[in-house]
Design a protein around this ligand. Structure first.
Ligand code: 5AD
Ligand code: SF4
Length: 441
């Protein structure tokens, strides 16, 4: 057998991309590629790009420029661009950066092996279709190497919501749910390979409506069936839209033990005027009522969210409404962004907010969110929690894992507990993590 070819994958953006990168590496594995840690070692470099914020395409072009010396030193080096920038830019990438051999959009990764063969033969390969077939189903079956205790599983892709600021409906396309039985099979397979916790992924994951053996399944049904898998101990899902939080999913937060008490439910703004301009199709009050219902089902739920400040037309009063909403809801974790115009989206046509004002608002919002996050973390001190240990910590004899509330927890613990869930008493809260002691060790 010839020596393995070496593949370097660099992943930007969301967890969907992390999952996709793993699948792409597996697909190219069937073509004799093995993954390496640096671009210098590689025979093929693949950038899995993200288009959600800021000057995404420009960043990709400058990153590509940095590979120029590598390509000059190794003319056979193949360079590919995958992901949402590939989808958005298409052929333009090869025009602007002729060094690029391969451009593949997020829906066609299963065609990568053939594309890799084409570029190895000296050709170029471009595929940014939105095909009918399931890209994951057609990926070659990987050998079954052991994996860490946590894994992502993409259940749904694309989005039909068309929030006025967002490129996802354009780059990832219309919403498509994967059939339920296939996902259950994939989850069982992950468990066989050592996985204890699965995070179900989708741009709009709670809009999941996959084909099941007895009709269409929603996300709640999928979670309940997945919870029946022995050896799978924890289920999470992300990212959700408030308007798709159906009754059964809310109920599952109360009665499905394996569903973790953590929910990422972005609201983006607390001003009804801005929510309307964003095409979010709900009010601030409706969101707050929804949160009350979910918390009634699961009182210790840790809530996470996304916020955009400086959306076109946002006044001081609108921003104060966002601050009020944050104070009323209370977040244990949150992401907040300054609005950035994405070409092709409706909001990009509107006059921007003064950047200095947007910056000042972002700072105030982040200070409040950080304070809440810290308070939620500090409240864990003294409590007993279950921790799924994922890896060695920085200190000798230490393991790091995640609590049910997704807090990182450092514990002095024997190495054999890696991949296991153990009971821990939290003793200290640091800026971004907790530390604790094993109970009954
Ligand atoms: N500007 C700023 N933030 C954005 N997001 C999406 N599009 C934009 C944009 N144009 C944020 C939203 C979304 C998260 C993934 O990224 O808050 O929930
Ligand atoms: Fe983008 Fe999410 Fe809105 Fe869909 S629901 S358009 S992915 S922000």
């Amino acid at each position: 057998m010839s020596a393995p070819k070496k593949l370097y994958v660099k992943t930007y953006g969301c967890q969907m991309n992390v999952y996709d990168s793993e699948r792409m590496a597996e697909a190219l594995g069937s073509e004799g590629y093995e993954q390496v840690a640096t671009p210098e070692e590689a025979d093929m470099i693949l950038l899995n790009t993200c288009h959600i914020r800021e000057k995404a395409a420009e960043k990709v072009y400058s990153e590509l420029g940095r590979f120029k010396p590598l390509r000059e030193a190794k003319p056979d080096l193949k360079i590919g661009v995958a992901g949402c920038v590939a989808q958005a830019e298409g052929e333009e990438i090869m025009r602007r950066q002729p060094m690029v051999d391969l451009v593949v959009g997020p829906q066609t990764y299963h065609r990568l092996p053939a594309m890799a063969r084409a570029v190895e033969g000296g050709g170029k390969a471009l595929d940014t279709d939105f095909p009918e077939e399931d890209k994951f189903l057609h990926l070659p079956k990987a050998r079954k190497p052991k994996r860490g205790p946590t894994a992502f599983l993409t259940v749904q892709e694309g989005c039909d919501k068309f929030c006025a600021f967002c490129v996802v409906p354009y780059t990832r396309g219309a919403e498509v749910s994967r059939p339920a039985e296939r996902l259950l099979r994939e989850a069982r397979d992950l468990v066989e390979r050592g996985v204890r916790e699965v995070t179900l992924l989708g741009q709009n994951v709670n809009a999941y409506h996959g084909e099941g053996p007895d009709g269409e399944w929603g996300l709640a049904r999928l979670i309940r069936e997945m919870a029946l898998i022995d050896g799978l101990d924890r289920i999470r899902f992300t990212t959700s839209h408030p308007n798709d939080m159906e009754d059964d999913l809310i109920a599952a937060h109360g009665d499905c033990e394996k569903l973790m008490p953590y929910l990422h439910l972005p609201v983006q703004s607390g001003s009804d005027r801005i929510l309307k301009a964003m095409n979010r199709k709900h009010t601030a009050e409706a969101y707050i009522r929804l949160i009350d219902r979910i918390r009634a089902a699961r009182p210790d739920l840790l809530l996470s969210g996304d916020f955009i400040v400086g959306f076109p037309g946002e006044t001081d009063e609108d921003f104060e409404a966002t601050m009020d909403l944050v104070r009323r809801v209370g977040y244990g974790q949150a992401y907040s962004f300054k609005y950035s115009a994405r070409p092709g989206t409706p909001a990009a046509e509107k006059p921007p907010v003064d950047p200095a004002i947007a910056d000042a608002r972002l700072q105030r919002l982040q200070a409040l969110l950080t304070e809440q996050q810290r308070a939620a973390q500090d409240a864990m001190v003294g409590r007993e929690v279950d921790v799924l240990f994922e890896k060695a910590g920085r200190l000798e004899g230490q393991l790091v894992g995640k609590s049910e509330h997704l807090h990182a927890v450092h514990v002095q613990a024997p190495a054999h507990l890696k991949g296991e869930i153990a009971r821990v008493r939290i003793v200290e809260s640091q800026p971004n993590s907790l530390s604790g002691d094993l109970i009954d060790a």
